[in-house]
Design a protein around this ligand. Structure first.
Ligand SMILES: Nc1ncnc2c1ncn2[C@@H]1O[C@H](COP(=O)(O)OP(=O)(O)OP(=O)(O)O)[C@@H](O)[C@H]1O
Ligand SMILES: [Mg+2]
Length: 354
């Protein structure tokens, strides 16, 4: 998958802008507030039908305007998102697509943003969400399993809060959970196994140092029917006592280790950044392995907090056959020998001359 062209109309700070992207590395430089992240956001919007930072879609409409439009042209197809204050419309080759799930996945983008480092410091819920998001794009079976499981766990928790509990209904819900739980655990195991093998190699290439990096999947059960059934039965009394389902894939976690210690307690800011980038690059590999599609890599502000050597190494390590868009405030420490296209953003004056 390669993007040829991005066309923005009334999107964030852009009145009208067109960017012709290079098939490999694209570097967008500009001072703070010039609209670098906004460009990545527009691509992310078309990939996922939502922003990674707006609470409300209408925040993406240029102030004072009624609607916003993003068009992305790839080899052979046009993807268009129109945002109005009343909602959004999705089009592929000018055909209106009604269901977001039919639009998502045509453009697959992997994004690094500075606050992704929260993966290491936030609680398990954040990590589950991150992994679920990636796996849902890779496997429709996983997406369906997660949606089914979430609905069942919601029903189970509601039932556990009732004064008199209908045992037959509870057993029915629990039996229905077994299959989706098995799919969820298997898919998570496969991904974590892949990451556990690949992250340290990327990290060594990016940092020039071999470190012992591990990811552990803390799962509620093995993925086979009997183990899941046993896990549910073993927790039955606790569920009834606490009035909610105390264990299951909705409580699983992923722990990142750096030289034997948890990353959160041990790694420096720069090391966390390189680790996160290694994580994203390993995800890209996994997407290719599973879907045969090459996702687009969006790297927002990746260079800050990296020392000169790491900055210089970074561009040469990024694979040339993956279309990558990197934002930075300056290029002074970037090794520009690599094949790339450079975009320079300038601060625009708005209509009031401010
Ligand atoms: N809806 C909107 N209408 C007009 N301008 C907007 C809108 N939303 C955001 N902006 C402007 O977009 C700019 C921020 O863009 P962006 O976050 O892409 O900057 P950036 O180049 O990534 O900066 P930094 O280097 O600080 O990350 C700000 O100047 C902000 O005022
Ligand atoms: Mg930015």
């Amino acid at each position: 998958m390669k993007i040829d062209n991005i066309d923005l109309t009334n999107f964030r700070n852009y009145k009208r802008t067109n960017l012709k992207l290079y098939p490999s590395k694209n570097i967008i430089i500009g001072n703070n507030g010039t609209g670098k992240t906004n460009i990545l956001e527009s691509i992310y919007l078309v990939a996922n039908t939502r922003s990674f930072r707006a609470n409300d879609d209408s925040e993406m409409i240029l102030k004072g305007e009624e609607s916003s439009r993003v068009i992305i042209n790839t080899e052979g197809h046009d993807y268009k998102v129109i945002i109005t204050k009343n909602g959004k419309n999705l089009f592929i080759d000018n055909t209106n697509i009604k269901k977001a799930s039919d639009f998502i996945g045509h453009i697959n983008a992997v994004l690094f943003k500075p606050d992704d480092l929260e993966l290491f410091s936030h609680g398990p819920r954040y990590r589950r969400k991150t992994i679920d998001l990636e796996l849902s794009k890779i496997s429709k079976e996983y997406l369906n399993a997660i949606l089914t499981y979430n609905k069942l766990i919601k029903d189970k928790n509601a039932l556990l809060k009732e004064n008199v509990i209908d045992d037959i209904y509870l057993n029915t819900l629990e039996d229905r959970m077994i299959k989706p739980i098995s799919v969820i655990i298997k898919e998570r195991e496969l991904l974590i196994d892949h990451l556990d093998h690949n992250i340290k190699e990327y990290y060594a290439k990016l940092s020039g140092h071999h470190e012992d990096i591990k990811i552990e999947y803390k799962k509620c059960s093995e993925a086979d029917y009997d183990s899941i059934k046993k896990m549910i039965n073993d927790n039955h009394r606790r569920d009834l006592f606490y009035h909610y389902a105390v264990t299951g894939p909705h409580k699983d976690d992923y722990i990142f280790y750096f030289n034997g210690s948890e990353v959160i307690n041990y790694a420096s800011q720069g090391q966390k950044r390189l680790l996160m980038l290694s994580f994203k690059l390993s995800i890209v590999d996994y997407i290719i392995k599973r879907t045969d599609e090459r996702p687009i890599l969006l790297l927002d502000d990746i260079l800050s907090e990296l020392d000169i050597d790491n900055k210089r190494r970074l561009l040469s390590i990024l694979p040339n056959n993956i279309q990558t868009i990197i934002t930075a405030t300056d290029i002074k420490d970037i090794d520009l020998k690599e094949d790339h296209r450079l975009f320079k953003l300038e601060r625009r004056r708005n209509e009031n001359g401010q």
